[in-house]
Design a protein around this ligand. Structure first.
Ligand code: ADP
Length: 647
């Protein structure tokens, strides 16, 4: 064999000799070195081992005796670790049996005595060349495998992108087109199409395509019967064929190869996806079937998504139409008060106008002060009704509710007609009450005059006193009726941000003569100023006046009266406590009812209409407050009122 290996290359290659005979070693060393290789010699196996930890030898020559002694196990191990490393057995005996065994264990060659330079050179070169060839082959194979792997990775990437698009886009045209494009690209086909069954005619039409003539696509119609594509629809089976079976598809074009995959939606075939080659003689593979099957699944997901979306849109449109046509205003907001649903009426009533209302926070619109207050303190108003007045003098009752998992809802019901009726009733009561006042004043005047006109007997005086007392009572009743009328008719409702501590001090001052008269001990635990509440000043005066007057009326002279005002996080708490008669427990549930007077007045001559607390209650409610009473007969009563603090 001709030595073609350059000296430089040979020197970089190490030949390991495992042999214990000195003379042979010297000879081999000489010969091999003269061939330009670097030689390393090891006298036994365990020593040889160290040459496999860094740069490995390029070839090993091992003495048969050492190999036999080791029972060939070192050779076995090295063969496994370095399959491409040439191992040459140096044999003296040249025994058939040994050589056979060695060859079976992967020995590449053997050298025998007497050793000649030519023999050694031929063996080394041949085996190194063979090893190199093997290396080249492995490299080539791994490159091919890498390339295949890269192609697979590319397929997977395309599929992942496609999956992302299928699930994120609702543009069905675009999604299906992209699926067909990807099918053509990944299979390397010339053209591709996605056909769906027209539910009305039962024919297949082209929903998306790649590399087909546009006119052809738009006019393509294919009956399911008697066509190759139709057979896919009917059987649900994949069709694949190539040049060995050329067929004329019933679309009047000849193809060399094609694949058709059924598109299945819940076991029902709704169409076919396919790729084909008209000019290329390329055939399709199992991999292509796999890819197209995935595409068919993507197409189903996209079609289902689009169908569900259109259902949602239809439902939403239906809901919007219904909500817009009902006669009440509807506003639904999420937990952050962003508008979710608002109908036309609610827009008009609440003054929320503009484009893109859905999703925008309600506070950004120039809404009415009172409505803003409701929004801010929504929780306080839940389940209650508030009134909202519009610029065109309509009155709406706003009912507030919480919708679990969604947010808040407000329904607005037009109560203008009720308000009108109520006003007529109140006007009537007011007029009658008003008209009653003059004759009552006249009666009182004349009763006074009777005494002045001349002496009256004891009994007559007694009768006159009774008349006076009764007329006073009627006057109080008329006054209360007038007040209640005003409140119910929605008069005096102008609200402002006011400090209740000031109002309490003022009311107590105004009633001072009465306190003096009844010799009451006043304990006032009210700070000079408190947080503001959003309230009607007239109604607040009325409320305090009624409660304080009751405390005087229903207490013995000389007892004490305590008024306190406390604040906590978002509310003020006012308490009016007397040491008066107290209210029997049976009456407690009713004392806020109109005209209800408790048992504690029965048999007494304490005047009253039973309207004072009814007035108080309706004032408290129209301010989103709460009122309750704790009372013990003989010990006294405590009225507690809570109002929300305004921001
Ligand atoms: P009236 O005009 O009778 O005072 P109100 O509506 O103010 O009507 O009160 C209803 C009833 O509640 C009273 O008739 C009285 O029996 C009882 N009442 C109200 N306030 C007190 C109080 N501070 N102590 C005891 N009883 C009270």
């Amino acid at each position: 064999m001709v030595n073609t290996m350059s000296t430089e290359k040979a020197q970089s290659q190490q030949i390991l000799i495992i042999n214990s005979e000195l003379q042979t070693n010297r000879l081999m060393n000489q010969i091999i070195q003269s061939l330009g290789f670097t030689v390393i010699v090891s006298e036994n196996i365990s020593n040889a081992q160290k040459y496999f930890s860094g740069k490995n030898p390029s070839l090993v020559i091992i003495n048969e005796l050492i190999a036999i002694q080791d029972n060939f196990s070192w050779i076995k191990t090295i063969r496994q670790r370095f399959p491409l490393l040439p191992i040459i057995l140096y044999t003296i005996s040249e025994q058939h049996q040994t050589l056979k065994q060695a060859l079976r264990l992967g020995i590449d060659d053997y050298l025998s005595a007497p050793l000649t330079k030519e023999e050694i050179q031929n063996s080394i070169h041949a085996n190194l060349l063979h090893s190199q060839n093997l290396r080249n082959y492995v490299l080539l194979e791994s490159r091919r495998a890498t390339k295949q792997l890269q192609a697979r990775v590319h397929d997977l990437e395309t599929l992942t992108d496609l999956a992302r698009m299928v699930t994120s886009s609702l543009d069905l045209d675009h999604v299906l087109k992209t699926i067909v494009h990807a099918a053509v690209e990944l299979t390397g086909a010339e053209e591709g199409s996605l056909l769906l069954i027209d539910e009305e005619t039962g024919e297949l039409y082209m929903r998306a395509s790649r590399n087909f003539n546009e006119e052809f696509v738009s006019t393509f119609r294919m009956p399911v019967n008697d066509s190759l594509i139709g057979s896919v629809v009917k059987t649900g089976k994949v069709v694949i064929f190539d040049d060995s079976t050329p067929q004329k598809i019933k679309t009047s074009y000849l193809v060399h190869s094609l694949i058709y995959i059924p598109i299945k939606l819940k076991e029902q075939i709704i169409g076919v996806i396919g790729v084909d080659n008209r000019h290329n003689r390329m055939t399709f593979s199992q991999r292509d079937i796999g890819l197209l099957t995935t595409m068919a699944e993507y197409a189903v997901i996209a079609i289902e998504n689009a169908r569900l979306f259109s259902e949602v849109v239809t439902e939403r449109t239906k809901l919007e139409t219904i909500i817009n046509q009902i006669e009440d205003g509807v506003l639904v907001m999420d937990n952050d008060f962003r508008i979710l649903i608002i109908n036309n009426l609610a827009q008009t009533v609440l003054g929320i106008q503009g484009e893109n209302l859905i999703g925008s926070p309600i506070q950004i619109y120039p809404i009415d002060q009172e409505f803003l207050e409701i929004i801010k303190k929504f929780e306080n108003y839940l389940g209650k009704s508030s009134e909202i007045n519009t610029d065109d003098d309509r009155v709406f009752s706003a009912h507030l509710a919480k919708i679990t998992g969604i947010g808040y809802a407000i329904t607005l019901h037009d109560i203008s007609y009720l308000k009108k009726l109520d006003r007529i009733k109140s006007d009537f009561v007011s007029t009658v009450s008003h008209d009653l006042r003059s004759p009552l004043t006249a009666i009182l005047g004349y009763v006074d005059l009777v005494e002045r006109a001349g002496p009256v007997q004891e009994l007559q005086k007694n009768f006159l006193d009774r008349i006076q007392f009764s007329v006073h009572n009627i006057t109080t009743l008329v006054d209360d009726l007038l007040n209640l009328g005003r409140i119910e008719a929605g008069f005096d409702t102008r609200k402002e941000h006011l400090d209740m501590s000031i109002y309490i001090h003022q009311s107590i001052d105004e009633l001072n003569p009465k306190f003096l008269q009844s010799n009451m001990q006043l304990k006032i635990n009210v700070p000079d100023s408190a947080h503001l509440i959003f309230a009607s000043p007239i109604q607040m005066r009325q409320l305090l006046n009624n409660l304080l007057t009751n405390a005087i009326k229903y207490s013995n002279p000389g007892t004490s009266l305590t008024v306190t005002l406390q604040e906590n996080e978002n509310q003020i708490i006012i308490q009016i406590s007397d040491e008066g008669y107290g209210i029997p427990a049976v009456d407690l549930p009713y004392i806020f009812d109109k005209f209800y007077r408790s048992g504690n007045v029965i048999g007494t001559e304490i005047p009253g209409s039973g309207l004072g607390l009814a007035i108080v209650k309706s004032i408290v409610e129209s301010h989103q407050g709460r009122i309750w009473v704790d009372s013990t007969v003989g010990k006294g009563s405590t009225f507690t009122i809570v109002f929300p603090i305004s921001d």
